[in-house]
Design a protein around this ligand. Structure first.
Ligand code: F0G
Length: 445
C-alpha cells in the first residue's frame, strides 16, 4: 500500500505531519499498486467467505467490523500490539418503512453508523488512524472537530495510552459530544472561532509540536471509514443498491465510502456502482455551490451556519476527493433547509431509529432527489446515518416543544412540521388525567 497525492500524483515514502503533499500541498491517499494482479493472493469469492467466517471468531481484530476487512486496509506493523479497537463497525442496516412510504420509494434502508462505540461513524476511521499513531510512538494526538471526531479520538487515545488534544469551536458543540471528550480524558480547548478556525490553528500546531493529526486529511482515517461501504455491500449480499446518500461536511466520509465502492468494483466484489449523492445543509453548502455554480472547478470557502452543528463547515478539506466520487459514480449534490432537516430527523425517529440532525440531511435530500426524478420509486436507496440521536438531545427536545425555530426567519416554514412534534405533557399525578390524555391521543391518531 502506497501514498499518492490526489493532484500531482507524487508518491512520497511517508507523510509529513500535516498529511499534505510536500510538492503541491494537496491531500494524500492510499493506493494499492497491482492488487488486482497476482500480488493479492485472494479472489473475490475467497475474500467474501474469509470476511464472513471472521464473524464467528473471538479474536479482537476479527470482532471489529473494520479490521475484519483488513486485506483492504493499510498494514499496521506488529498488529496485535499496536491496533486499538473498541469493536467498531458491525453496524445495523435497518429498513425505514414509514419514511419509504412518505418519500415514495419501495426499498429504503438506513445504515446506522451512530451504532458505533462512541455513537458516530468516526470510530471506523479512528481505529485505523489512532493505531497508526500508536505504532509511530506519538505521545499526543490532536484534532479540530465539530464534536464527533473529538469524542472518537479521545476514546481511542485513552485506550491506546496516548494523550489527546481537542480543538472545538466554543459554544457550537452539542453537550453529548463535549461530555464524551471530557470523560475520555482529552485536553479540550474551546476556541473562540468556528470549526474552520480550529483547523487553521491545528495545522500550524502540528508543524511545531510532535502531535499526530487525526482529522480526516489523515488518509488512515479514510481507509477505516471505507469499511462502512464494504460492510454495507456484505449486508446486501453484494448486490449494490441504486443509490447511497451521505451527509457532506468536511467531505471525508463521502470520499471514503466512494473509495470503497470504486475499489470493490476493481476487485470484482461488486459488479456495478451505486450512485453516491452528497447532501449539505443550505447554511453550510460550499460543496453544493462548487458543483452547481462552478462545475466543481473551484470551491469558495464560506462562513457556515446551521443547527446541524456536526456539518457546520465552510471550507471542507476533502472536497476534491468527494468530487471525484460524485463524478465516478454519477451521484448528485443537494442542499436542504433547516426546517427540512428537522422534519426529516423526526420522520426517521418515528421509524424507531433516530439520528442526530446532520444525519437527517440524507432523508431530506432524498425527498428532493425524488421530486427532481433523480431517484425513481422502484430504486433501492441506502441512507448513511452518521450519528446517534442522543448526541444532540437539545435539538430534539426543542423541536418537539416547538421552540427550535422560535424567533428565527424559519418560524413560518416550521409551522409545516407541527404534525411531527410530540411535546411532553405535564399532568397532575392522577389516573383520570392520564386516561384523558390517552383517549385524546387515540381520537387524534
Ligand atoms: N454527520 C456527522 C454526525 C458528523 O459528525 C460529520 C462530521 C458529518 C456528518 C460529515 O462528515 O465531515 O466526513 O463530510 N463531523 C466532523 C467532526 C467534522 O469533527 O466530528 P464529513
Amino acid at each position: 500500500m502506497k501514498l499518492r497525492c490526489i493532484s500531482c500524483g507524487a508518491t512520497p515514502a511517508s507523510a509529513a505531519q500535516d498529511f499534505r503533499c510536500i510538492v503541491c500541498g494537496d491531500l494524500l491517499e492510499f493506493f494499492f499498486p497491482g492488487w488486482t494482479s497476482d500480488a493479492l493472493s485472494f479472489d473475490a469469492a475467497t475474500l467474501k467467505s474469509l470476511w464472513l467466517s471472521r464473524r464467528t471468531s473471538h479474536e479482537a481484530l476479527d470482532q471489529s467490523g473494520v479490521w475484519r476487512f483488513r486485506e483492504l486496509l493499510p498494514h499496521i506493523p506488529n498488529t496485535e500490539e499496536h491496533v486499538i479497537t473498541l469493536r467498531e463497525g458491525n453496524t445495523p442496516l435497518y429498513r425505514l418503512p414509514r419514511c419509504a412510504r412518505a418519500v415514495g420509494v419501495e426499498n429504503l434502508h438506513a445504515k446506522h453508523q451512530g451504532m458505533n462505540p462512541t455513537a458516530s461513524f468516526k470510530d471506523t476511521g479512528m481505529t485505523v488512524a489512532a493505531s497508526s499513531a500508536n505504532q509511530g510512538g506519538f505521545p499526543w494526538v490532536a484534532c479540530a472537530s465539530t464534536g464527533n471526531t473529538s469524542a472518537s479520538m479521545a476514546a481511542y487515545a485513552a485506550r491506546g495510552n496516548m494523550r489527546s488534544l481537542v480543538l472545538i469551536p466554543d459554544g457550537q458543540i452539542s453537550w453529548g459530544k463535549l461530555s464524551q471528550s471530557l470523560d475520555y480524558g482529552a485536553l479540550t480547548c474551546q476556541l473562540r472561532t468556528d470549526f474552520d478556525g480550529c483547523v487553521r490553528i491545528l495545522n500550524e500546531l502540528v508543524r511545531q509540536k510532535p502531535v499526530y493529526l487525526l482529522n480526516s486529511v489523515n488518509p488512515y482515517r479514510i481507509e477505516g471509514q471505507k469499511t462502512a461501504g464494504i460492510e454495507l455491500m456484505e449486508q446486501l449480499a453484494w448486490e449494490p443498491p441504486d443509490h447511497i446518500i451521505v451527509p457532506g461536511g468536511n467531505l471525508g466520509n463521502s470520499s471514503a465510502i466512494g473509495k470503497a465502492l470504486l475499489e470493490m468494483r476493481e476487485l470484482k466484489l461488486i459488479s456495478r456502482l451505486p450512485k453516491l449523492s452528497i447532501i449539505q445543509a443550505r447554511g453550510a453548502n460550499p460543496f453544493y455551490r462548487s458543483v452547481r455554480e462552478f462545475g466543481g472547478k473551484k470551491l469558495e470557502p464560506m462562513t457556515a451556519d446551521t443547527l446541524a452543528t456536526a456539518i457546520r463547515i465552510g471550507n471542507p478539506a476533502s472536497w476534491k476527493k468527494a468530487l471525484r466520487v460524485l463524478q465516478a459514480t454519477g451521484g448528485e449534490v443537494e442542499e436542504v433547509s433547516e426546517v427540512e432537516i428537522a422534519a426529516a430527523k423526526a420522520e426517521i425517529g418515528a421509524d424507531g431509529i433516530g439520528c442526530e440532525p446532520a444525519s437527517a440531511v440524507t432523508l431530506a435530500g432524498l425527498k428532493k432527489l425524488r421530486r427532481s426524478g433523480f431517484v425513481k420509486s422502484g430504486e433501492a436507496v441506502v441512507l448513511i446515518l452518521t450519528g446517534h440521536l442522543l448526541k444532540d438531545p437539545d435539538f430534539t427536545i426543542k423541536f418537539h416543544r416547538g421552540d427550535l425555530f422560535a424567533g428565527t426567519g424559519d418560524a413560518a416554514e416550521a409551522v409545516k412540521t407541527k404534525h411531527l412534534q410530540r411535546a411532553p405533557v405535564v399532568l397532575d399525578a392522577n389516573l383520570e388525567a392520564v386516561i384523558a390524555e390517552l383517549d385524546a391521543a387515540e381520537r387524534h391518531s
